[in-house]
Design a protein around this ligand. Structure first.
Ligand code: SF4
Length: 435
């Protein structure tokens, strides 16, 4: 028993069946067929979406739900509900006869229990209170520039020299560089340390923080520290399952999810408050981002999932790898219909592929990525797969530069670092022209 029951909001399916303990929607790695932590069972969040849709209650899933109050874990919630209902006179025979009014009062009671004073989550859009850009990336995007970000892996050692020289190659080619946080749940140099090294190399960092590695206290202190160091772009992610690590898995469920991270950081920035209500004298300057999956299996559910993150505070979105431009266009259209495109900046994930084997692996094993069969066949037949993969990525980027609703690209080279410069140069992307 989690003691923080959300059953009424989640179509009466308990979200605590999610091994990561996510309370605001699925992680990016699950599918109806199998949870990413325990593939023997379906992703509970996909079941919740399906039932809520069948009941016409999908909108209920938009409310940003609070992290667990761990002091209530192990106790049941219904006793609290009954006691509160009794104290409000809602269990008296007089009230029970006035059905509509009673129902409304009960809804308010459930909401008060669900949304304690320290959280106050809702289903509304919360734009940043200041129009002043917090970072160079934000300023470029606000100015209508087509932005280029790229991903860099932190070293699995304490040696900063190699990281510096790898990073140096990105200088003047991109607007900002993401530093991944313990990719595949494998410890590496910390994301904040690597971000500070990037700053020293003259490269603007995007600090990736995962719910897997940060509880509510660490998240808030890291945001203050990052801002003080000059790191202002933060991408909030759930994180790969800890079971990906070959050693013993770390703790499950997580303390937070990505939506809750956005909610907490936005309130620190805009309302100058810690989660516990204390005032922050000098709040952090932050440009907040989230991830999304344009090729996810259900467009309606993906849109809802992203709307919640944007409402909570996501000002930019870096997407999962995209190879299927038609699927991307359908996704953009759905976001536009939900009035989301004007509220955030979309940076589309690009990952050049060098072999049919890798393309097939991605297509078969990563549920949120679609690699068109025609591309896999072309790689298979090619006498120079590197060149075929490069040309495909280049063509995709060229299309994206003129696609309405796309603000830039996020290039993930997956170990093929030398390709980045050539892509940026041959696509004539603005970051390179600025040199
Ligand atoms: S861990 Fe991810 S895939 Fe598994 S149930 Fe939770 S949201 Fe679904």
């Amino acid at each position: 028993m989690c003691g923080n029951c959300l059953l009424r909001e989640t179509a009466y399916i308990c979200p605590m069946q999610c091994p990561k303990g996510l309370r605001n929607g699925p992680c990016g790695s699950g599918a109806v067929e199998g949870c990413c932590v325990d593939p023997t069972r379906p992703c509970v969040w996909h079941l919740i979406y399906e039932r809520a849709e069948a009941q016409g209650k999908l909108d209920r899933l938009l409310e940003v739900e609070a992290p667990l109050d761990w002091s209530r874990v192990g106790r049941e919630t219904w006793g609290t509900v009954a006691a509160e209902a009794r104290s409000r006179g809602l269990l008296s025979p007089t009230y029970l006869s006035r059905t509509d009014d009673w129902r409304m009062q009960m809804q308010l009671l459930f909401q008060d229990i669900r949304q304690p004073e320290w959280w106050q989550g809702d289903d509304l859009y919360h734009p940043a209170t200041s129009q002043q850009p917090a970072s160079g990336l934000q300023a470029s995007l606000a100015g209508g520039e087509f932005a280029v970000t790229a991903e860099i892996s932190p070293p699995a050692s304490a040696d900063a020299d190699k990281f510096r020289s790898n990073a140096g190659r990105l200088r003047d080619m991109i607007h900002a560089s993401n530093v991944t946080q313990n990719p595949m749940a494998t410890p590496r140099m910390s994301s904040v340390a690597c971000s500070a090294l990037l700053l020293e190399e003259g490269i603007e960092p995007v600090l990736q923080l995962t719910a897997r590695d940060y509880n509510r206290f660490a998240l808030q202190s890291e945001a203050l520290g990052a801002s003080a160091l000059g790191i202002h772009n933060i991408l909030c992610l759930t994180g790969d399952p800890p079971t990906n690590n070959p050693g013993p898995a770390s703790g499950l469920p997580f303390d937070l999810d990505a939506t809750q991270m956005l909610w907490i950081l936005r309130r620190m920035r805009d309302e100058h408050r810690f989660l516990d209500g204390r005032e922050i004298e000098s709040p952090p300057k932050l440009f907040l981002g989230a991830a999304a999956s344009p090729s996810g299996p259900n467009l309606l559910h993906e849109t809802l999932r992203l709307k919640k993150k944007i409402n909570a505070g996501a000002q930019f979105i870096q997407t999962q790898l995209v190879y299927d431009i038609d699927a991307l266009c359908r996704w953009l259209e759905a976001l536009d219909k939900s009035d989301l495109l004007r509220k955030t900046h979309i940076l589309v994930g690009i990952g050049p592929l060098r072999s049919a084997k890798v393309a097939r692996y991605i297509q078969e094993h990563i549920p949120d990525i679609v690699v068109p069969q025609t591309f896999i066949n072309a790689l298979e037949r090619s006498s120079n797969p590197d060149e075929t993969g490069f040309e495909f990525a280049l063509e995709l980027i060229r299309k994206l530069t003129v696609l309405p609703g796309v603000s830039g690209v996020h290039i993930m080279t997956m170990g093929w670092e030398e390709i980045l410069g050539r892509l940026v140069r041959e696509a004539e992307l603005p970051a390179f022209q600025r040199r």
